[in-house]
Design a protein around this ligand. Sequence first.
Ligand code: BJW
Ligand code: ZN
Length: 264
Amino acid sequence: MTGRRERKRMDLADAAESLAQARRLVVFTGAGMSAESGIATFRDAGTGLWARFDPRTLATPEAFRADPALVWGWYEWRRAAVRRAEPNPGHLAVAAMAARVPETVVITQNVDDLHERAGSAAPVHLHGSLFAPRCSACAAPAPVPDGAAEPGEGRRLAPPRCGRCAAPVRPGVVWFGEALPERALEAAVEAAYRCDVLLTVGTSGLVYPAAEIPQVAARRGGTVIQVNPEETPLDAVCALNLRGPAAVVLPALVRAAWGDAVPA
Ligand code: BJW
Ligand code: ZN
């Protein structure tokens, strides 16, 4: 009989073999990717943002219209936390994969910049970015505030005004009920369509259309491998489920695939 530990080791070896042979790789990430950098996820019990804050009053266009200072203050607080955070060994492992697989596309639902800071040059940001504020009326890009006026948790802060039309500036993220950025979604679907391996990391797979991306890869015959300490609805489309934290499993995967260390 195969013990659980032995099964886990074999799954890692199988995943590493797929990775080492991949010519076109997609790494699809969610909030769990940045959890070990100290950035809260959304839906983890107790620690997730949605356990402490109501998404209806913070992450919808209606919420911003009703109380722009509440919403802007919340996102300024979160951007400050991201600025203080550092990429974790999982982010570094993703960059290391891109250096080894001929064609790698990193697709993230995260609004932080930790993939970029770890060396993944141009991740596709499906849900926008904390570092791309824009006008809520004319969509003109607005400067990223320097963070000097960092509000505390839950504190209101009036948003700056657009330099072109004076309407309030909004966070450059995708709220519930809003369309995803067209070019990002197209690039993500195309990469999923073409890849031979898709690694889905740290996402609950509950938010659509992003959750379609691993499903597209699976339907097209790509090998989908999941890294997550918990079960998710994506288990069903995954050939291999590596249960564990991203900052541990991803470096182990790189070592098993290419036999060299990930720069720490
Ligand atoms: C670890 C770990 C470790 C922990 N290592 N792993 C019913 C059915 C289907 C769809 C809908 C529906 N009703 C409404 C919808 C649509 C809606 C939706 O999907 N809702 C569902 C929640 C039901 N979707 C939308 O509204 C989207 N837009 C849309 O559909 O537009 C249609 C349209 C078309 C044309 C014109 C107009 C409209 C937009 C969705 C936007 C999502 N926005 C957010 C906020 C972004 C800004 C911000 O940061 O504030 O995006 S919500 C939030 O969820 C955020 C995330 O990117 C997203 C996904 O979350 P993620 O990353 O998966 O995190 P968690 O917390 O859920 O999971 C963390 C995982 O990590 C867990 O599995 C842990 O186990 C794991 N983990 N530690 C590895 N160390
Ligand atoms: Zn404007």
